[in-house]
Ligand binder design. Structure first.
Ligand SMILES: NC(=O)c1ccc[n+]([C@@H]2O[C@H](COP(=O)([O-])OP(=O)(O)OC[C@H]3O[C@@H](n4cnc5c(N)ncnc54)[C@H](OP(=O)(O)O)[C@@H]3O)[C@@H](O)[C@H]2O)c1
Length: 365
């Protein structure tokens, strides 16, 4: 038992990592909590009723490598991933450990897919990005929406909408700065092309039929959907207020420069902001994620609704880590969330995810 594989949480003392630590503490899975600060780790271990901890700094690859055993499953919650994530993926593959993370940064996902697919397959390990609210639920919804459509698909459109406030954690805000600054990848005419965040706007519809303004953003499904299905175009839309939908596409060409200039002040302010939403605010924060798939002459939509994106993230990440640890994922390589979760995961989602599902055949345009 001494060298049995465990779930290793990186960035365990952060807002998301702490929720993951609580989720793990509620079960029987052996786990190890890591981050840079030994004091914060000790306080966390006490809050979760005792846990093994270890100091790990991801900017020192040796400290990650020395921590991992073959067969471990890493849950990486230390972002921004564009800056901090790659050495962890590399160390996992070298150690024969599986890797999953909570990233919402699409450019980082593309980098991992491009650079590590072969190495992960060769090492026989699972590497999966975005095993979180964004983009695991959307990826599973897209898999369901496309499952029964025959032949090459015309398009898949993802829609993300929020209710009750979008109170984000400090780490999320830092990552969003990177996404606005760096842009991402669009998928059209069967290939990926670079695009700026907010470059396009459109009116989207949710199941209530009401039109809402939305802007294009570099969601993870733009990468994951074309890897499973032949499709001409995949887009993702974030519902916003009308003013933002009017202004952002006009400002998109200069937004990266503006963000780069404002970044030092924004980071300084963020270090002084609360770590994340309160439990009450988390419960007020609702979401709808819709996948609309159009095939030749047929179209399906799947909408997932729920509350508390951070709680859902912790539950999904731990659920996926347990599946990998228990040997239930038989494929190796850089996988999509829907390849790691079961195909019917949204229909039979654990109650703790608190999600509901709506499926429409031939939804109106
Ligand atoms: N996709 C989604 O739906 C979703 C959902 C939730 C979160 N996220 C993402 O998850 C990330 C974390 O968010 P958060 O709010 O939890 O951030 P956070 O509260 O700032 O936590 C970051 C964690 O990383 C650790 N860390 C920072 N630098 C490190 C280093 N060099 N080596 C090791 N550990 C380090 C920090 O602890 P120390 O400083 O003590 O080391 C802390 O534990 C963000 O990128 C966010 O966007 C995405």
């Amino acid at each position: 038992m001494k060298n049995a594989a465990r779930v290793v949480v990186i960035g365990a003392t952060g807002f998301t990592g702490t929720l993951v630590a609580h989720e793990l503490a509620a079960g029987e899975t052996p786990h190890l909590l890591t981050a840079r600060s030994p004091e914060r780790l000790a306080a966390l271990a006490q809050r979760v009723g005792g846990a093994e901890t270890r100091r790990v700094d991801v900017t020192d690859p040796g400290s990650v490598a020395a921590t991992l055993r073959p067969g471990d499953v890493v849950i990486n919650c230390a972002g921004p991933f564009t800056d901090l994530g790659e050495p962890v993926v590399d160390a996992c593959i070298r150690a024969g450990a599986h890797y999953l993370d909570t990233t919402g940064e699409q450019r980082f996902m593309k980098r991992i897919l491009d650079r590590y697919s072969e190495a992960a397959r060769g090492a026989g390990v699972v590497v999966v990005n975005a095993m979180a609210f964004e983009y695991a639920l959307g990826d599973c919804a897209a898999a369901l929406a496309t499952a029964e459509l025959a032949g090459p698909l015309r398009s898949v459109d993802m829609v993300y909408a929020w209710g009750g406030g979008t109170d984000a954690s400090r780490g999320t805000r830092l990552s969003v700065l990177r996404v606005v600054r760096d842009g991402g990848w669009a998928y059209s005419e069967g290939g990926w092309v670079r695009q700026r965040t907010g470059a396009e706007r459109r009116t989207v519809r949710l199941p209530d039929g009401r039109g809402r303004p939305a802007i294009w953003f570099p969601a993870g499904e733009i990468l994951t959907v074309p890897r499973r299905s032949r499709v001409e175009r995949v887009s993702a839309w974030m519902v916003t207020g009308p003013a933002m939908a009017a202004v952002v596409p006009l400002a998109a060409p200069v937004l990266p420069t503006l963000v780069r200039a404002a970044e030092p002040v924004a980071k300084w302010l963020l270090q002084r902001a609360p770590e994340g939403p309160t439990p009450d605010a988390r419960q007020r924060s609702s979401f709808r994620i819709r996948a609309e798939a159009r095939g030749a002459g047929a179209r399906n939509a799947v909408t997932v609704e729920g509350v508390d994106p951070y709680g859902v993230t912790a539950a999904i990440a731990v659920h996926a880590a347990r599946r990998i640890l228990d040997g239930e994922v038989q494929v190796a390589g850089v996988l999509t969330p829907a390849q790691v979760l079961r195909a019917d995961e949204l229909h039979n989602a654990p109650q703790s995810w608190g999600i509901t599902l709506q499926e429409e055949r031939e939804f109106p345009d």
